[in-house]
Design a protein around this ligand. Sequence first.
Ligand code: ADP
Ligand code: MG
Length: 198
Amino acid sequence: MSGFKCLVVAGTPGVGKSTVSRLLAERIGGTYVDLSELVVREGLYNYYDPETNSYVISEERVSARVRELCESGRGIVISTHYPEVLDSEAVDVVVVLRLDPRELIARLRSRGWSDKKVAENVMAEVLSVVLSNAVARFGTGKVVEVDVTGKTPDEVVDELLHKVRGGATPAGYIDWLGVVEPGFIEELERVLEREPEA
Ligand code: ADP
Ligand code: MG
């Protein structure tokens, strides 16, 4: 058995959360929950913002609903890029998937996103934003990182389960700033500073 009631798979959009969460749930005979889908399906938002084309979630209701799900079930796998809204008590472990930003660019471009939206998300991965938010909320003891670069979804699930079952927290956190060329960051900054196209 998996040894956890409730596991969160977090990470920047495009790193493979949905793919890995679905596979993980299947492998452990658990249940996969996509947090954004749950929010829309159950109306756990305050309003829809047409400016940003997104739902402004009700953290209180999302957190309460997830607590309920986690208490009722076994092997619940929740995929989200904003783990910091969840109740840290209800969740056993948060696994943050990390992907080399140079690969993430290609994945997000293939979604047909604008250069700016791609750059915003790739910059967030470079700066470890999701990881920092997860650690701030859950503490280092509940947060595990898995570098998914160059690995198949099956290999990612194997590594994830190994780390979670071993209770191992990696000694150091992944820092893409030391991996990518300075020119890569400068190019992202140029795109982010561009005037929005009217
Ligand atoms: P997220 O839920 O984090 O936004 P997805 O699971 O939707 O990410 O994956 C984004 C894209 O990357 C999809 O096209 C998916 O098929 C692909 N993908 C996911 N994991 C891997 C992997 N380990 N290797 C190669 N491609 C992957
Ligand atoms: Mg997803």
